[in-house]
Design a binder for this molecule. Structure first.
Ligand SMILES: Cc1cc2nc3c(=O)[nH]c(=O)nc-3n(C[C@H](O)[C@H](O)[C@H](O)COP(=O)(O)OP(=O)(O)OC[C@H]3O[C@@H](n4cnc5c(N)ncnc54)[C@H](O)[C@@H]3O)c2cc1C
Length: 232
């Protein structure tokens, strides 16, 4: 039987998890399959009665019981407004999973993953899926946000690093308050120390960050097919 193009999904829970980031959990519909790192398209009804399409990455691994998303809240944004007003228990329409920003996790080449802001969504799905399955593969994450108020999922990265020696992460803030005790600066300032000749690279975030990080990696002689990108 042909795969249904759109699925009806029920909103189970939603919560603001950072200054402008809303996490949403939807019931996983029967027959819905995806690979870690993929995204779906939401049909977003607008105030004038139209429907627009917006893409959101699946932010939990395929083995998780529900479908999780994290959405940056943009004032006046169509998906942002609709997600904000959607009551728990209501339905939404999503497409089948799409995209090639995926990682098999089987190859032993080290993986370097770079995210800014909600660009962490597909990357955490990849990490929680692949890190436990590929214990001989080193995974190194570099995640950047503007300030501490933009950080979310405080426990997820430390829990993964505690359980799996093949995973480590570095968080950097581009505009930290004076009392921030961690790394400072944009991800592209921290990236040079992480570029390794034999690694695969996964970059997700704004166009500016992805372009700059990719050209820094290419400048180190890494071949283009070793770099996967997702631009939000
Ligand atoms: C493959 C893919 C996966 C994606 N996954 C995610 C995800 O997991 N989480 C997520 O939050 N987003 C994700 N996005 C981006 C998302 O699809 C929307 O484009 C974005 O969130 C805009 O949503 P909106 O409808 O609320 O705003 P819109 O109605 O599209 O835009 C309102 C206004 O805000 C501006 N705007 C649009 N995006 C931004 C931005 N990022 N920052 C500042 N201003 C902006 C627009 O130019 C417009 O003026 C993904 C995009 C792609 C292509």
């Amino acid at each position: 039987m042909a795969k249904a193009e759109f699925y009806s999904v029920k909103l189970l829970a939603k919560q603001m998890i950072a200054r402008a980031v809303l996490a949403l959990h939807f019931e996983k519909p029967q027959g819905f399959v995806f690979q870690a790192g993929q995204f779906v398209q939401f049909k977003v009804p607008t105030a004038d009665g139209a429907v627009v399409i917006r893409n959101f990455s699946l932010a939990a691994p395929p083995a998780a019981p529900d479908l999780e998303f994290c959405a940056k809240m943009i004032p006046g944004g169509k998906a942002s407004d609709w997600f904000t007003s959607l009551p728990v228990g209501e339905g939404a329409e999503i497409s089948a999973a799409r995209g090639v920003f995926v990682c098999s996790g089987k190859e032993e080449r080290p993986k370097v993953l770079v995210a800014t802001g909600v660009g962490l969504a597909p990357i955490i799905s990849i990490l929680e899926d692949a890190v436990p399955r590929a214990p001989a593969t080193p995974f190194r994450l570099l995640w950047g946000v503007r300030s501490a108020a933009d950080l979310f999922w405080p426990g997820r990265l430390p829990a993964l690093a505690e359980r799996h020696q093949n995973f480590s992460f570095l968080i950097t803030l581009s505009q930290p308050a004076g009392n921030w005790g961690g790394e400072r600066g944009r991800v592209t300032e921290r990236l040079p120390g992480l570029i390794t000749p034999g690694a695969d690279y996964y970059l997700c975030g704004s166009l500016a960050m992805v372009k700059e990080a990719r050209s820094m990696i290419l400048d180190q002689g890494i071949a283009l097919p070793r770099i996967k990108i997702e631009i939000f």
